[in-house]
Design a protein around this ligand. Structure first.
Ligand SMILES: Nc1ncnc2c1ncn2[C@@H]1O[C@H](COP(=O)(O)OP(=O)(O)OP(=O)(O)O)[C@@H](O)[C@H]1O
Length: 207
């Protein structure tokens, strides 16, 4: 399967945020998106995730399951926020995401306990999400990627608030996903230590 972006541009309000972005990612490849604050990294990821409409250009999948037309149908999106309910326990949050997302064809997610263990937080999975520290909350958001299988991972500053150990752990999860034929697009200021990567430097427009 390949993820193709062809001549994408996006607007927020009056402003054109980026113009004519193209890339092609094969199974096992990652695109690392860098650029200064406000250059449009989050905007690009939101377009890829189907949360914002592109002003022009096209996104498509080549060689994927035929019933899926838009890449977001096969994607996990990890945004700046963790998308967990503070008053529900970690287990309840992850169970919700597991049921809500479901597995894409070609793989299956791990159970909630295994996902919590994979991010090193089995001991606190019974606690309300709101009790966790910022770094623990980010780890749990990573576990969401594991409970339902999606071949494409869209990651916005995934390692924000993570300590060095969690940073390595997260790189490991991403590398495993790529080795299994996944595709990753990550906006990040920190290196994820990946092998097969393409780089996209966002420059933004001067207003
Ligand atoms: N809802 C919105 N309405 C209007 N402008 C917006 C909106 N959201 C973002 N912008 C603008 O779009 C531009 C790109 O923002 P974006 O969040 O994509 O940048 P970024 O590269 O991810 O930045 P950062 O590194 O700070 O996270 C910024 O100038 C921002 O002010």
């Amino acid at each position: 399967m390949r993820l193709l972006a062809e001549g994408l541009s996006a607007r927020r309000g009056e402003d054109l945020i980026f113009n004519d972005i193209s890339f092609a990612l094969a199974a096992g490849e990652a695109l690392i998106v860098t650029g200064p604050n406000g250059s449009g990294k989050s905007t690009l990821l939101r377009v890829l995730a189907g949360l914002l409409q592109a002003e022009s250009g096209r996104l498509r999948l080549e060689g994927g399951p035929s019933e899926f037309e838009h890449p977001y149908e096969l994607s996990h999106y990890l945004g700046h926020r963790n998308a967990m309910k503070r008053e529900l326990t970690v287990e309840e949050n992850l169970s919700f995401w597991q049921r809500f997302m479901g597995d894409s064809p070609g793989g299956s997610g791990v159970d909630v306990a295994a996902a919590a263990a994979a991010v090193g937080l089995s001991d606190i999975a019974h606690l309300p999400f709101g009790y966790l520290s910022a770094g623990q909350q980010r780890r749990m958001a990573m576990a969401k990627l594991l409970v339902a299988y999606r071949p494409i991972w869209l990651l916005d500053e995934p390692t924000a608030a993570l300590d060095a150990g969690a940073d390595r752990l997260f790189s490991g999860l991403v590398i495993t996903h790529l080795h299994r034929g996944g595709i990753v697009v990550a906006a990040t200021h920190q290196p994820l230590r990946l092998e097969r990567t393409q780089a996209l430097q966002m420059k933004g427009f001067a207003h």
